[in-house]
Design a binder for this molecule. Sequence first.
Ligand SMILES: Cc1cc2nc3c(=O)[nH]c(=O)nc-3n(C[C@H](O)[C@H](O)[C@H](O)COP(=O)(O)OP(=O)(O)OC[C@H]3O[C@@H](n4cnc5c(N)ncnc54)[C@H](O)[C@@H]3O)c2cc1C
Length: 436
Amino acid sequence: MPQTEIFAKDFKARPFWWEAHEPKPLAERALPREARVAIVGAGYAGLCAALELNRQKIDCVVLDANEPGFGGSTRNGGMVSGGVNVGKRYLARALSEEESAPLLADAADAFTLIEDLIAREKIDCAWKKDGYFVGAWAKSHYDSLAKKVDLLNRHAQSDAYIVPRERQREEIGSDYYRGGMVIRRAAQLHPALYFKGLLDLCQARGIAILSKTPVTGLTPAGSGWTVTTPRGSLTAGDVIIATNGYTGDVTPQFKRRVVPIGSYIIATEELSPDIARGLSPKNRTIADTRRVLTYYRMSPDGKRLIFGGRAKFGHTDPVETAHILHRFMLDRFPQLAGTRITHAWTGNVAFTLDELPHMGKFENLHFALGCNGSGVSMMSYLGHQTARKIAGRVNSVCAFDRPEFPSHPLYTGSTWFLPLIGRYFRTRDWLDRRFE
Ligand SMILES: Cc1cc2nc3c(=O)[nH]c(=O)nc-3n(C[C@H](O)[C@H](O)[C@H](O)COP(=O)(O)OP(=O)(O)OC[C@H]3O[C@@H](n4cnc5c(N)ncnc54)[C@H](O)[C@@H]3O)c2cc1C
């Protein structure tokens, strides 16, 4: 198929999810002169922090540089995990079981938090707890998954089991992998409708959210902060930085601790029912163990494939990367030859230098940052935990509230080196399969 023919006639270079809820500026409201807490960033983390502060009767304001939900929170794959991706190390040293255990336990709590929140508040976001299949790219990757199953079941309540290659077709309509692992305690949702649910709750509770209000300055003032925006400034007792992959120059201390990486997704046109049903027969969400990761799932109505991955490591045009993702998709599902794409988009995730999510207080600023690619439950949880910490409502320290948030003397926020890492990862993937 010639390259240009992968696009459907009604192709749009924007998230498929925005057909159901597109981030829009909210009704104009005046910037308050003061707030007990100012939250920078209106994604899952910022809004979950605001909801919990409000529940604790602590007055807060949420400021976003763009429309609320502009970031990863309405662009992601909607795959909800509870520990399987925590401590997955691409470059950093592997964690011991002792180090992993508390992180996995809290990641499992993150899953409980989002599951309970959606049920309690009746958020209509196509939540389905149908499990997750991780495909092993090479025999050695399968062996590593087999070793991980017990750890996940012991510490993250994953309800996981290993799937040998002969039984792989029960999980995925593909022979691409060398077997894999199923996590039964995993779910999927419509990411933009989950975000809309949080936004509606905030608005119903009268929480002040200001769109198109970038925070351009943070100056210590007494025991709190003066928060500057182009619309004026406000004073706040505490500030929460919840900017994840969009962390910018106003917080250089965090910009040098998170690496923004583009993640890319395509949505196919509606597939024939037989083909659609066969791709993920149990409606699992799916990802693989390649370092150049792909992740995919069916749309909430089961008619399309939503296929994402790290098509490029630098930041680039989603239309350009759509060709790469389409090729990756056909590698896994040759039966989709001739299928066209209706949507292609991108958004930023934030990697940290130890490849772990972080919350805490640094230079007197609270922060919830570093989803490392999996933030639907995790960033909701870290926002919520940060609010509880401010409210003095925690009995034990969250495992992601770590004493160290590492930086590197050579990294100040410029990402020129990402394509080199991409090349290294591709070579490592190739070697793993070549010499399996
Ligand atoms: C393509 C893609 C696919 C993904 N797939 C999955 C998945 O399947 N499962 C999963 O668990 N996770 C996934 N993720 C990750 C997940 O989307 C994120 O971890 C999560 O949305 C982060 O939420 P957040 O609230 O921390 O940040 P965001 O939602 O990114 O929000 C940050 C906000 O900060 C604002 N901001 C930045 N600077 C300022 C400033 N100076 N002043 C005011 N506001 C500012 C931005 O405008 C933005 O709205 C994916 C991410 C992407 C991009």
